[in-house]
Design a protein around this ligand. Sequence first.
Ligand SMILES: *Cc1c(COP(=O)(O)O)cnc(C)c1O
Length: 371
Amino acid sequence: MIYLDNAATTKVSEEVKAKMSDYLSDGYGNPSSNHKLGRESEKAINKSRKIIAEEINADSEEIVFTSGGTESNNTVIKGLLGKNDKVVTTVVEHKSILEACDKVEKKQGVRVKKLSVNDDGSVNISELKECLSSDVKLVSVIHGNNEIGTVNDIKRIGKLCSENNILFHTDVSQSFLKEDIDVEEMNIDLMTLNSHKIHGPKGVGALYLSEGVSIESLLDGGSHEFGVRAGTPSVHNIVGFGEAVKQWSEENNEKMKDLRDKLIEGLLDISDTILNGSEENRLCNNVNVSFKDVNGDDLVKHLGKEDIMVSTGSACEENKIELSHVIEALGLSEDWGRGTLRLTLSKYNSEEEIQIVIDKIKKTVKSLRKI
Ligand SMILES: *Cc1c(COP(=O)(O)O)cnc(C)c1O
């Protein structure tokens, strides 16, 4: 099997599995319990908190564990915004931002402005500047795009927000550990982090909440996680998340980048093929291409039969017939947009696999175009 769908989720690493298993067996205490077993769980959670905080130059107390990226994003939008507040976001955000925005707009009268993007999918900075009026409470812009891999200049956006006294949130679910992130230097007030895109377990994520930013909890029923997220923390998942961060290496980023460029080169060799997203500012593991006059779903199915796992777009939109909202935002016409394929790498991929995939795609595109 060749797995190239690492933007959807990644394999849990052996080291992570081993660490988690300790807390699924003997270390089962509730971190709120005031006895030895409870305190051990609490200690384990705080160790993960510290690992993650240090990675982004935050304090441990600024890290709130959640059930994942979706919950962190929902908490930001629904916990921060109320009647007549204004939020500025973009048309290429993850659905957990876009649909949460739609909901608060409809239900609470929050004013939502969605910025368009440039041809490479990066946020239009001049349009953003025009929107930064004093009535804007929050700007939310994704860092590394989960579909097309474009990396936004969040340092620049953070600076603009800070100069205008506006809170800045960014979703780094895809870019965490692949790009340098420093919440101080980048003026980030709130940030969404995710575990299962970095070889950690599913069902856990974090919300970075800068000291002094207060937010309403989505859930009631306890003062866990500094009162921001009620409910017994998922100890084994949080331990796994921390271990995944610890295990990540810059070396693997370089390896993925190398494979990414080989894959892009091989695929662009096919006639009538374009690369979507930015060439220079691109996640080290993302390839997103469109083949003219090919149906991406057919391509995914054909490759699937050969045990090659790829995707047409984001995992959440796989079963829809429409073009993904991100591909649409790039302005691709139907005959190009339909033939979109996303291939996303991990440290477990090899050069040999990449060559096999290029050859198979070449053949499959050719035969699909004949039909
Ligand atoms: C995966 C992802 C999410 C959702 O995270 P879950 O942990 O799966 O809920 C949010 N934003 C981006 C950019 C993602 O890639």
